[in-house]
Design a protein around this ligand. Structure first.
Ligand code: ASP
Length: 343
Protein backbone atom coordinates (compact mmCIF):
# COMPACT_ATOMS: atom_id res chain seq x y z
CA UNK A 1 0.00 0.00 0.00
CA UNK A 2 1.38 3.46 -0.93
CA UNK A 3 1.88 5.90 1.91
CA UNK A 4 1.26 9.63 1.72
CA UNK A 5 1.87 12.24 4.41
CA UNK A 6 -0.75 15.00 4.39
CA UNK A 7 0.59 18.22 5.91
CA UNK A 8 -2.15 20.71 6.70
CA UNK A 9 -1.19 24.36 7.11
CA UNK A 10 -4.77 25.67 6.85
CA UNK A 11 -6.47 27.73 4.12
CA UNK A 12 -10.10 27.92 3.04
CA UNK A 13 -10.24 24.15 2.64
CA UNK A 14 -10.04 23.85 6.46
CA UNK A 15 -12.25 26.84 7.29
CA UNK A 16 -15.65 27.41 8.89
CA UNK A 17 -17.63 30.63 9.27
CA UNK A 18 -17.06 32.35 12.59
CA UNK A 19 -20.31 32.83 14.56
CA UNK A 20 -18.76 35.93 16.06
CA UNK A 21 -17.54 37.91 12.99
CA UNK A 22 -19.20 36.06 10.11
CA UNK A 23 -15.77 35.78 8.42
CA UNK A 24 -14.09 32.52 7.38
CA UNK A 25 -11.51 31.27 9.89
CA UNK A 26 -9.47 28.03 9.96
CA UNK A 27 -11.12 25.32 12.11
CA UNK A 28 -9.05 22.63 13.81
CA UNK A 29 -7.72 19.51 12.13
CA UNK A 30 -10.24 17.18 13.83
CA UNK A 31 -13.15 19.17 12.36
CA UNK A 32 -11.51 18.92 8.94
CA UNK A 33 -10.98 15.15 9.26
CA UNK A 34 -14.64 14.65 10.18
CA UNK A 35 -15.60 16.16 6.81
CA UNK A 36 -13.19 13.87 4.91
CA UNK A 37 -13.84 10.22 5.86
CA UNK A 38 -12.78 9.33 2.27
CA UNK A 39 -9.19 10.08 3.26
CA UNK A 40 -9.02 6.85 5.21
CA UNK A 41 -11.23 4.69 2.99
CA UNK A 42 -9.10 4.39 -0.14
CA UNK A 43 -6.20 2.14 -1.09
CA UNK A 44 -3.58 4.74 -0.12
CA UNK A 45 -2.47 4.99 3.50
CA UNK A 46 -2.71 8.65 4.61
CA UNK A 47 -1.18 10.09 7.78
CA UNK A 48 -1.80 13.68 8.80
CA UNK A 49 0.38 16.30 10.44
CA UNK A 50 -1.06 19.75 10.99
CA UNK A 51 0.08 23.23 11.91
CA UNK A 52 -1.39 24.33 15.20
CA UNK A 53 -3.16 26.65 14.86
CA UNK A 54 -4.07 26.25 11.21
CA UNK A 55 -3.39 29.44 9.25
CA UNK A 56 -4.94 31.63 6.64
CA UNK A 57 -2.18 31.75 4.04
CA UNK A 58 -1.86 35.53 4.41
CA UNK A 59 -0.06 34.66 7.66
CA UNK A 60 2.30 32.14 6.06
CA UNK A 61 5.89 33.42 6.04
CA UNK A 62 9.41 32.02 5.45
CA UNK A 63 9.40 30.47 8.94
CA UNK A 64 6.34 28.47 7.89
CA UNK A 65 8.08 27.44 4.65
CA UNK A 66 10.89 26.02 6.78
CA UNK A 67 8.38 24.11 8.95
CA UNK A 68 6.72 22.61 5.85
CA UNK A 69 10.01 21.68 4.17
CA UNK A 70 11.31 20.15 7.41
CA UNK A 71 8.21 17.98 7.75
CA UNK A 72 8.91 16.63 4.25
CA UNK A 73 12.63 16.22 4.92
CA UNK A 74 12.20 14.52 8.33
CA UNK A 75 9.71 11.97 6.95
CA UNK A 76 11.20 11.60 3.48
CA UNK A 77 12.08 7.91 3.75
CA UNK A 78 8.78 6.89 5.37
CA UNK A 79 6.42 8.09 2.62
CA UNK A 80 6.01 7.74 -1.14
CA UNK A 81 4.73 11.27 -1.49
CA UNK A 82 3.52 14.38 0.32
CA UNK A 83 0.45 16.59 0.00
CA UNK A 84 0.45 20.06 1.53
CA UNK A 85 -2.91 21.69 2.27
CA UNK A 86 -2.52 25.44 2.00
CA UNK A 87 -4.58 28.58 1.45
CA UNK A 88 -4.69 29.64 -2.15
CA UNK A 89 -3.75 33.31 -1.58
CA UNK A 90 -0.02 32.70 -1.07
CA UNK A 91 0.22 29.09 -2.23
CA UNK A 92 2.37 29.98 -5.24
CA UNK A 93 4.92 31.70 -2.98
CA UNK A 94 5.16 28.77 -0.54
CA UNK A 95 5.23 26.14 -3.27
CA UNK A 96 7.88 28.07 -5.22
CA UNK A 97 9.96 28.42 -2.04
CA UNK A 98 9.80 24.67 -1.34
CA UNK A 99 10.88 23.89 -4.90
CA UNK A 100 14.15 25.72 -4.19
CA UNK A 101 14.52 24.43 -0.61
CA UNK A 102 14.24 20.72 -1.48
CA UNK A 103 17.23 20.10 -3.75
CA UNK A 104 17.36 16.74 -5.57
CA UNK A 105 13.75 15.95 -4.77
CA UNK A 106 12.76 12.54 -6.12
CA UNK A 107 9.30 12.21 -4.53
CA UNK A 108 6.12 14.22 -5.19
CA UNK A 109 5.23 17.21 -3.01
CA UNK A 110 1.77 18.33 -4.14
CA UNK A 111 0.21 21.55 -2.84
CA UNK A 112 -3.56 21.90 -2.95
CA UNK A 113 -6.46 23.68 -1.26
CA UNK A 114 -9.89 24.85 -2.31
CA UNK A 115 -11.96 27.92 -3.10
CA UNK A 116 -14.86 26.79 -0.87
CA UNK A 117 -14.50 25.22 2.61
CA UNK A 118 -14.71 21.43 2.81
CA UNK A 119 -18.02 21.61 4.71
CA UNK A 120 -19.83 23.57 1.98
CA UNK A 121 -21.95 21.35 -0.28
CA UNK A 122 -20.57 22.69 -3.58
CA UNK A 123 -16.97 22.67 -2.36
CA UNK A 124 -14.08 21.84 -4.65
CA UNK A 125 -12.16 20.49 -1.63
CA UNK A 126 -12.74 16.76 -2.01
CA UNK A 127 -11.84 16.47 -5.67
CA UNK A 128 -8.72 18.61 -5.24
CA UNK A 129 -7.48 16.75 -2.19
CA UNK A 130 -8.29 13.19 -3.29
CA UNK A 131 -6.69 13.69 -6.71
CA UNK A 132 -3.63 15.37 -5.14
CA UNK A 133 -3.21 12.29 -2.92
CA UNK A 134 -3.48 9.99 -5.93
CA UNK A 135 -0.82 12.01 -7.76
CA UNK A 136 1.44 12.01 -4.69
CA UNK A 137 1.22 8.21 -4.58
CA UNK A 138 1.52 7.60 -8.33
CA UNK A 139 4.46 5.40 -9.34
CA UNK A 140 5.68 3.76 -12.54
CA UNK A 141 6.31 -0.01 -12.95
CA UNK A 142 9.75 0.33 -11.33
CA UNK A 143 8.25 1.96 -8.27
CA UNK A 144 9.57 5.45 -9.04
CA UNK A 145 7.42 8.54 -8.56
CA UNK A 146 5.71 9.74 -11.73
CA UNK A 147 5.93 13.43 -10.74
CA UNK A 148 8.95 13.89 -8.42
CA UNK A 149 8.56 17.66 -8.25
CA UNK A 150 6.96 20.32 -6.09
CA UNK A 151 3.62 20.93 -7.81
CA UNK A 152 0.23 22.56 -7.38
CA UNK A 153 -2.89 20.53 -8.19
CA UNK A 154 -6.05 22.59 -8.60
CA UNK A 155 -9.38 21.96 -10.32
CA UNK A 156 -8.16 19.57 -13.01
CA UNK A 157 -4.56 20.61 -13.65
CA UNK A 158 -1.20 19.73 -12.16
CA UNK A 159 1.35 22.52 -12.53
CA UNK A 160 5.04 22.88 -11.73
CA UNK A 161 4.80 24.95 -8.52
CA UNK A 162 7.42 27.55 -9.38
CA UNK A 163 5.61 28.39 -12.63
CA UNK A 164 2.27 29.18 -11.00
CA UNK A 165 0.37 32.35 -10.12
CA UNK A 166 -2.99 32.68 -8.40
CA UNK A 167 -5.11 34.15 -11.16
CA UNK A 168 -8.68 33.97 -9.92
CA UNK A 169 -10.37 34.74 -6.61
CA UNK A 170 -13.75 33.48 -7.85
CA UNK A 171 -13.47 30.50 -10.17
CA UNK A 172 -12.45 26.99 -9.13
CA UNK A 173 -9.49 27.11 -11.51
CA UNK A 174 -7.61 29.50 -9.22
CA UNK A 175 -4.11 28.94 -10.65
CA UNK A 176 -2.36 29.12 -13.94
CA UNK A 177 1.09 28.40 -15.26
CA UNK A 178 1.42 30.93 -18.05
CA UNK A 179 4.86 30.03 -19.33
CA UNK A 180 5.01 26.26 -18.88
CA UNK A 181 2.41 23.61 -19.83
CA UNK A 182 0.52 21.54 -17.24
CA UNK A 183 2.38 18.41 -16.07
CA UNK A 184 -0.89 16.45 -15.91
CA UNK A 185 -4.60 16.83 -16.56
CA UNK A 186 -7.25 15.03 -14.53
CA UNK A 187 -10.49 13.88 -16.09
CA UNK A 188 -11.81 10.34 -15.97
CA UNK A 189 -8.11 9.41 -16.09
CA UNK A 190 -5.08 11.35 -14.94
CA UNK A 191 -2.94 11.99 -18.01
CA UNK A 192 0.69 12.71 -17.18
CA UNK A 193 3.12 14.45 -19.54
CA UNK A 194 6.46 12.75 -18.71
CA UNK A 195 8.38 14.80 -21.29
CA UNK A 196 7.53 17.96 -19.30
CA UNK A 197 8.42 16.54 -15.87
CA UNK A 198 11.79 17.11 -14.25
CA UNK A 199 13.55 13.94 -13.03
CA UNK A 200 16.49 14.13 -10.62
CA UNK A 201 18.94 11.20 -10.67
CA UNK A 202 17.72 8.92 -7.87
CA UNK A 203 21.19 8.45 -6.36
CA UNK A 204 21.43 12.13 -5.44
CA UNK A 205 20.49 12.67 -1.77
CA UNK A 206 17.80 15.18 -0.78
CA UNK A 207 19.37 18.42 0.47
CA UNK A 208 17.36 20.87 2.58
CA UNK A 209 18.03 24.62 2.34
CA UNK A 210 16.42 26.73 5.05
CA UNK A 211 18.09 30.14 5.22
CA UNK A 212 16.13 33.07 3.88
CA UNK A 213 17.06 36.74 3.73
CA UNK A 214 13.91 38.87 3.41
CA UNK A 215 15.70 42.11 2.50
CA UNK A 216 14.17 42.16 -0.96
CA UNK A 217 11.49 44.30 -2.60
CA UNK A 218 9.26 44.57 -5.65
CA UNK A 219 9.36 47.83 -7.59
CA UNK A 220 6.49 48.03 -10.06
CA UNK A 221 7.01 50.71 -12.72
CA UNK A 222 4.07 52.72 -14.03
CA UNK A 223 3.75 55.71 -16.36
CA UNK A 224 4.41 58.80 -14.23
CA UNK A 225 6.37 57.07 -11.46
CA UNK A 226 8.32 59.68 -9.47
CA UNK A 227 11.97 59.76 -8.51
CA UNK A 228 11.44 60.12 -4.72
CA UNK A 229 9.45 56.87 -4.64
CA UNK A 230 12.10 54.95 -6.56
CA UNK A 231 14.90 56.54 -4.57
CA UNK A 232 13.23 55.77 -1.21
CA UNK A 233 12.86 52.10 -2.14
CA UNK A 234 16.33 51.65 -3.63
CA UNK A 235 17.94 53.40 -0.65
CA UNK A 236 16.17 51.22 1.92
CA UNK A 237 18.72 50.22 4.53
CA UNK A 238 19.88 46.60 4.18
CA UNK A 239 18.18 46.07 0.82
CA UNK A 240 19.83 43.25 -1.14
CA UNK A 241 17.60 42.46 -4.10
CA UNK A 242 14.86 44.06 -6.18
CA UNK A 243 12.33 42.57 -8.55
CA UNK A 244 11.86 45.36 -11.09
CA UNK A 245 8.47 44.89 -12.73
CA UNK A 246 8.76 46.43 -16.18
CA UNK A 247 6.57 46.89 -19.24
CA UNK A 248 6.19 44.38 -22.08
CA UNK A 249 9.44 42.70 -23.09
CA UNK A 250 11.28 44.31 -20.16
CA UNK A 251 11.03 48.00 -20.97
CA UNK A 252 11.18 51.12 -18.78
CA UNK A 253 10.90 54.91 -19.07
CA UNK A 254 14.11 56.48 -20.36
CA UNK A 255 14.22 59.30 -17.74
CA UNK A 256 17.83 59.97 -16.84
CA UNK A 257 17.06 59.98 -13.11
CA UNK A 258 15.75 56.40 -13.31
CA UNK A 259 18.93 55.23 -15.00
CA UNK A 260 21.06 57.02 -12.38
CA UNK A 261 19.09 55.59 -9.42
CA UNK A 262 19.28 52.03 -10.78
CA UNK A 263 22.96 52.32 -11.64
CA UNK A 264 23.81 53.69 -8.18
CA UNK A 265 21.88 50.86 -6.53
CA UNK A 266 23.66 48.18 -8.60
CA UNK A 267 27.00 49.82 -7.82
CA UNK A 268 26.18 49.56 -4.09
CA UNK A 269 25.73 45.80 -4.54
CA UNK A 270 21.94 45.58 -4.86
CA UNK A 271 20.90 42.89 -7.34
CA UNK A 272 18.09 44.10 -9.61
CA UNK A 273 16.22 41.62 -11.79
CA UNK A 274 14.00 42.63 -14.70
CA UNK A 275 10.60 40.90 -14.57
CA UNK A 276 7.90 41.75 -17.08
CA UNK A 277 4.47 42.83 -15.83
CA UNK A 278 2.94 40.56 -18.49
CA UNK A 279 1.90 37.09 -17.35
CA UNK A 280 2.89 35.38 -20.57
CA UNK A 281 6.17 35.81 -22.45
CA UNK A 282 9.70 36.74 -21.56
CA UNK A 283 11.95 39.72 -20.88
CA UNK A 284 14.13 40.46 -23.88
CA UNK A 285 16.46 43.29 -22.97
CA UNK A 286 17.87 45.02 -26.04
CA UNK A 287 14.83 44.30 -28.22
CA UNK A 288 13.60 47.89 -27.73
CA UNK A 289 15.80 50.93 -27.21
CA UNK A 290 13.83 51.67 -24.00
CA UNK A 291 15.44 48.67 -22.29
CA UNK A 292 19.06 49.59 -23.13
CA UNK A 293 19.45 51.83 -20.06
CA UNK A 294 18.50 48.93 -17.82
CA UNK A 295 21.26 46.81 -19.35
CA UNK A 296 23.75 49.67 -19.00
CA UNK A 297 22.76 50.13 -15.34
CA UNK A 298 23.54 46.44 -14.62
CA UNK A 299 19.97 45.15 -14.29
CA UNK A 300 19.83 41.40 -15.09
CA UNK A 301 17.11 39.56 -17.01
CA UNK A 302 14.48 37.48 -15.23
CA UNK A 303 13.36 36.01 -18.59
CA UNK A 304 9.93 34.37 -18.12
CA UNK A 305 10.04 33.74 -14.35
CA UNK A 306 7.03 34.56 -12.12
CA UNK A 307 7.32 37.21 -9.42
CA UNK A 308 6.54 34.53 -6.82
CA UNK A 309 9.40 32.31 -7.99
CA UNK A 310 11.82 35.20 -8.40
CA UNK A 311 11.20 36.64 -4.94
CA UNK A 312 11.50 33.31 -3.15
CA UNK A 313 14.56 32.31 -5.20
CA UNK A 314 16.24 35.62 -4.34
CA UNK A 315 15.41 35.32 -0.64
CA UNK A 316 16.87 31.82 -0.49
CA UNK A 317 19.97 32.63 -2.57
CA UNK A 318 20.76 35.68 -0.40
CA UNK A 319 20.12 33.63 2.76
CA UNK A 320 22.31 30.73 1.68
CA UNK A 321 25.14 32.82 0.16
CA UNK A 322 25.35 35.92 2.36
CA UNK A 323 28.89 36.82 1.31
CA UNK A 324 28.79 36.00 -2.37
CA UNK A 325 26.74 38.49 -4.37
CA UNK A 326 28.39 37.40 -7.61
CA UNK A 327 27.19 33.83 -7.08
CA UNK A 328 23.66 35.12 -6.32
CA UNK A 329 23.71 37.19 -9.53
CA UNK A 330 24.90 34.20 -11.56
CA UNK A 331 22.29 31.81 -10.12
CA UNK A 332 19.50 34.35 -10.62
CA UNK A 333 20.31 34.28 -14.33
CA UNK A 334 20.14 30.47 -14.43
CA UNK A 335 17.49 27.77 -14.27
CA UNK A 336 17.79 25.88 -10.97
CA UNK A 337 14.75 23.59 -10.97
CA UNK A 338 12.62 24.40 -13.98
CA UNK A 339 11.45 27.83 -12.82
CA UNK A 340 12.68 29.82 -15.83
CA UNK A 341 13.38 29.45 -19.55
CA UNK A 342 16.79 30.97 -20.12
CA UNK A 343 17.63 31.55 -23.74
N1 ASP B 1 -7.66 33.40 2.45
C1 ASP B 1 -7.57 32.01 2.11
C2 ASP B 1 -6.13 31.56 2.32
O1 ASP B 1 -5.30 31.84 1.51
C3 ASP B 1 -8.00 31.80 0.69
C4 ASP B 1 -8.01 30.36 0.21
O2 ASP B 1 -7.52 29.45 0.83
O3 ASP B 1 -8.57 30.12 -0.88
O4 ASP B 1 -5.84 30.96 3.31
Amino acid sequence: MSKVLLISTGGTITMVRSKHSGALVPADIETFKAFMPELFAGNIHVDIQAFSPLLDSSDVNPECWVRMARMVYDHYEEYDGFVILHGTDTMSYSASALSFMLENLSKPVVFTGSQLPVGVLRSDAKENLLTAIEIAAAQDEEGNAIVPEVTIYFEDRLFRANRTTKRNAEHFSAFNSYNYPALAKAGVHITYQPHLIHYTPLEKPLVLHTRFDCNVAVLKLFPGIQQPVVRALLRTRGLKGVVLETFGAGNAPTDKWLYRELKAAVKKGIVIVNKTQCNTGSVEMGLYAVSLNLMKAGVISGYDITTEALLTKMMLLFGENPDDIELVRTLLGKDICGEVTVD
